[in-house]
Design a protein around this ligand. Sequence first.
Ligand code: MTE
Ligand code: MO
Length: 353
Amino acid sequence: MQHNPPVEKRMSTDPAPPKLPPNQALTARGKWPVVGERQPAQRDEAWTLSITGLVEKPHQWTLQELHAMEQIERQIDIHCVTRWSKPNATFHGIPLLSLLTPCKPLPQARYVSFIARSEHKHSTSLPLASLAQLDPLVAFSFDHKPLTTEHGGPIRTIVPNKYFYKSLKWLETILLLEEDQPGTWEREAGYHNNADPWREQRYIASNLSRKQSAALLQQRNLSHQELLSLEAKHLDLQKLNATHALLRNANFSHANLQYADFSHANLSNANFQHANLQHADFSHADVEGASFCGANLKGANLQHASIFGASFAPEPHDPPSITPATVDKDTLSQDQISLLSDAQQAFLHTQTS
Ligand SMILES: Nc1nc2c(c(=O)[nH]1)N[C@H]1C(S)=C(S)[C@@H](COP(=O)(O)O)O[C@H]1N2
Ligand SMILES: [Mo]
């Protein structure tokens, strides 16, 4: 039997802040960012969920059959790799193990691949042995309402205590395997396959030698390049051309990036602390989870950039070395600011109004 820890009772006048994994910040109250694919594959057939592969009794359910099964309520903390957390989200669904156990995984089954009904069959995976502890939920509803399509409705997994990329939207197939089939983001974006937020397992290491990346940086042209965890701190990269570059987790702290062109680049989780970003162009870039603390953004353009989880000023738990960015009135739009955490909004409102 699963024993859930007792729910902590708190005085409403004295709300203890929820405990967050390292380098995560709360989303603005009531906000739930949409990350990754926006919708499932458009198909006519009715939705089904299958458990197949290395199981004694493969099984397929219709949505109606699943809805007729007993559902439980769970309070789960969401931790996105792009540094936002949404604690205590209320989900209803079926514990994954109560679907999986009756299918009788074979002794050689060691991994579980979750595959989405999406155009590219988006997937993610977990070791079979980890499921007993993680206790994932096959969820149908959030906050007592059916999951919206963009958040994985009609059916998705919610995996507690892993970064949220382990929680698959539009669940269609659960495949038991002997060898791991690493997921889409884990293969293509360098996301860590273990994804433990408490150990900050966000990314695997850099994909380039120091020498290779130094050569590219010397030319100041990273346009359309893919360079995971690029190391570029303190460099003079004035007028860098990085349009359409994939630069997740890059370190540009203290770099001179005046007039740099990052339009359409992916800079999620990049470190721009204390960088000179005057007149830099981030239009249509992805800077989710990036830190701009201490940076100079005068004349920079972040309009039409996706900025969930980005920070421009210290969060309450940050050390004193983290200082606010310099921003202009029109660096960010009010719509963008409304998506940020409370601390970020408070800071940016003083700068932009
Ligand atoms: N099918 C599918 N599932 C997915 C993704 C995706 O792109 N496609 N993105 C993952 C990532 S990176 C995150 S953070 C969460 C985002 O879920 P949300 O959009 O409901 O916040 O879904 C995960 N599951
Ligand atoms: Mo994510």
